[in-house]
Design a protein around this ligand. Structure first.
Ligand code: ZN
Length: 406
């Protein structure tokens, strides 16, 4: 990809109102563009990162035996009345149609997937079943955070599992928890599993949190239980087992998993015929990861004062090639030829290269953009490197530089 062709170019200065690293660098680098409070467009560079994150999640969901589907964002009001959440779900977007009736703009999909699965499964032979999607969700949040950490429209992977008994749900739940830690690790994040309140049908749920000063949650580690607790479960500085806790740490929630048990299968009468000839309610679990929030969290954890430092698996491009042309016309031609031949060689080997081919900006400006965009491998081809028939390679993570023969 030629940087001269890329839409849009990085801005010279950061947005004035940026409160966090992700808001500052994602906007300045041209990864995202804010449309209104909590609503962003994902621009070509940002979409490349988001797609890589989504594909890591896809691979790990498929490894769990889950199948991908896509459900609608527009959801019938009746389904939300069935679960008593039309009034009860505080941040639900409600829409009136010109042809009459109302619909919800999906903040989550239990109201769709439960009756959907009910239309197709009959017996214990159809279970267990796990289905997931990656889709935008909508929540009419009163408070939105600057950047992509808490939005009113945001990307999410939601997985739903269906089981014939609680033991099967427990086993699958633990497999998902392991898979989540692997997903976050592949995204360059050390997430911790945090015990949280469970809601109506189970005592606890689990959150996955990444510790960072810009986090809006506070989590506590209990030395005796060897468990992290979220703030809802901590009373008077003690864990649920009564142990005294150390000071909490700020963290961002990147995922959560719930044992729904029969909460939704009761509401929609989702049943199956068991081996013993009896009809039973299906046992359910649900598991979310905020995909756009995950990209924001990656930036919060992986940056310095010059810009982003993308972890290897989610880089927008593998290489950022800079041509430093200088003023001599013959040399410009020579450098240009060397760059294009290097570019072709890399691309034919499957390496994704962003090539800063601009002739009207200084070397200093190209270096500043490379640091801001945060691609791990920066390659420089200049009069100096060509004098040794070489390229200069700088690693954005380590800052180390080396020369290699062209
Ligand atoms: Zn404890």
């Amino acid at each position: 990809m030629l940087y001269s062709q890329l839409f849009p170019k990085a801005k010279k200065t950061a947005p004035k109102d940026a409160e966090s690293a992700n808001a500052k660098y994602l906007v300045q680098g041209g990864f995202v563009h804010q449309e209104m409070a909590g609503v962003y467009s994902w621009l070509p560079l940002g979409l490349r990162v988001l797609t890589k994150v989504e594909n890591i999640i896809r691979e790990e969901m498929n490894a769990l035996g889950a199948q991908e589907l896509l459900m609608p964002a527009l959801q019938p009001k009746e389904n939300w009345q069935t679960t008593k959440r039309w009034e009860g779900f505080e941040v639900l977007f409600k829409l009136k149609s010109k042809i009459g009736g109302e619909a919800a703009l999906g903040p989550t999909h239990e109201e769709i997937i439960t009756p959907l699965v009910g239309a197709y499964i009959n017996s214990y032979n159809d279970l267990p079943l796990a289905l997931y999607q990656i889709q935008n969700k909508y929540r009419d949040e009163l408070r939105v955070k600057a950047g992509v950490l808490r939005g009113r429209e945001f990307g999410m992977k939601d997985l739903y599992s269906f089981h014939k008994d609680e033991k099967d749900l427990e086993d699958y739940y633990e497999r998902v928890a392991k898979s989540y830690l692997k997903i976050f690790k592949r995204c360059g994040l050390d997430a911790v599993r945090v015990r949280a309140t469970g809601g109506a049908f189970s005592k606890f749920s689990d959150e996955f949190q990444v510790i960072t000063p810009s986090g809006e949650d506070t989590i506590y580690y209990c030395d005796k239980c060897k468990i992290h607790y979220n703030s809802e479960l901590v009373k008077d500085g003690k864990c649920t087992e009564g142990h005294k806790l150390e000071k909490g740490e700020k963290a961002v929630e990147v995922g959560n998993i719930f044992k729904l048990k029969t909460k939704f299968s009761d509401a929609f009468d989702l049943k199956f015929l068991d081996k013993d000839g009896k009809e039973k309610r299906v046992i359910m679990g649900c598991y979310g990861i905020g995909t756009t929030r995950l990209v924001g969290t990656i930036v919060e954890i992986n940056h310095d004062d010059k810009g982003i430092i993308w972890p290897e698996e989610v880089v927008p491009y593998n290489m950022h090639l800079l041509a430093l042309f200088g003023k001599d016309e013959k040399m410009v031609k020579k450098i240009s030829t060397a760059c294009l031949s290097f570019l072709r060689k890399q691309e034919s080997g499957g390496v994704e290269v962003l090539f800063d081919d601009r002739t009207d900006v200084s070397a200093g400006e190209k270096f500043a953009v490379a640091d801001l965009l945060g691609i791990s491998e920066r390659i420089v081809i200049s009069e100096k490197t060509l004098a040794n028939n070489s390229i200069e390679i700088k690693n954005r993570q380590t800052g180390k530089t080396k020369m290699e023969k062209l």
